[in-house]
Design a protein around this ligand. Sequence first.
Ligand code: ATP
Length: 304
Amino acid sequence: AVGLIQRGMGAYQRIGQALCLPAEPARTHMPAVRPRTRVLTRPAGPQEKPALALEDLTFGYDPDRPVLRGISFTAPHRSQTALVGRSGAGKSTVFALAARFYEPDGGLLLFDGRPATELSREECRSRIAIVDQNTHVVHGTLRANITYAQPHASEAEIERVVELAQLSDVAARLPGGLSGMLGERGGTLSGGERQRVALARALLARPSLLLLDEPTSHLDAVNETALTAVMRDAAQECAVLVIAHRLSTVQHADRIVVLDRGTAVACGPHEELLATSPVYRELAAGQILRPATTRSTGPHPTHA
Ligand code: ATP
């Protein structure tokens, strides 16, 4: 999946949101998690179309070997949709199609109800921000790392995303605050903090749809809680579609789409799927998804 994302990296960088998460180093000082960001929300209107919809979508890298087979689901505005499935189920391929690195062989991809084919690739990409597992944090100030794709962002906008991405404590900790320097590859930050810098950068663009490939590497409890809070708050502003690897994420998602060999076999909230979907039960039993952690930071994550 990372390879697939990397192949599209040029395009990601053009939209300026490419982010990622190197392996999580052990840390002892973690930021306190901020209380829920207050964001003014407007309930979805009855006529409002989902930010992203897949309708009977079929796709294969090799047309003779379909990877997505008639997949349908939606990612509505101001809500969090989690995508789960075994390795190879097609989760990253959904992202690649949403970013229009590839075109479907059949079915429809719709942005706000409009077929993707009626929009230019640039228009589609301008609606989305992608945060994958390859976070780019460079030597420079925290502010520059957040704004490099939006150099003219206002202070108010920067403050908004710093709060939204739970980075206030990072800014407070750095000498110079937002103007404080981050080391090479963001060396002064933990993996979770680097990812939140990436999220802040993505959210600065006010995307209609945030595509997040959740880190598979270990996050300590504080960073995991912070990530959960960022996703929850981001989902008050836009549609969040997350490739989920953690129970804590799926438990907070408004809906979970279960992919199995390229088809969406179930969709619903966690408890409902536990009761109704054998594939989901297997994932949640720990074979794929990892439990919400209360573990202390350690070098050996307990992969399920
Ligand atoms: P993972 O959880 O391991 O990342 P995934 O659910 O994201 O898996 P995809 O990466 O979308 O799955 O892959 C779905 C299928 O498509 C797999 O069989 C994979 O080998 C294949 N595939 C992915 N990318 C390519 C590619 N660029 N060319 C050919 N086949 C690919």
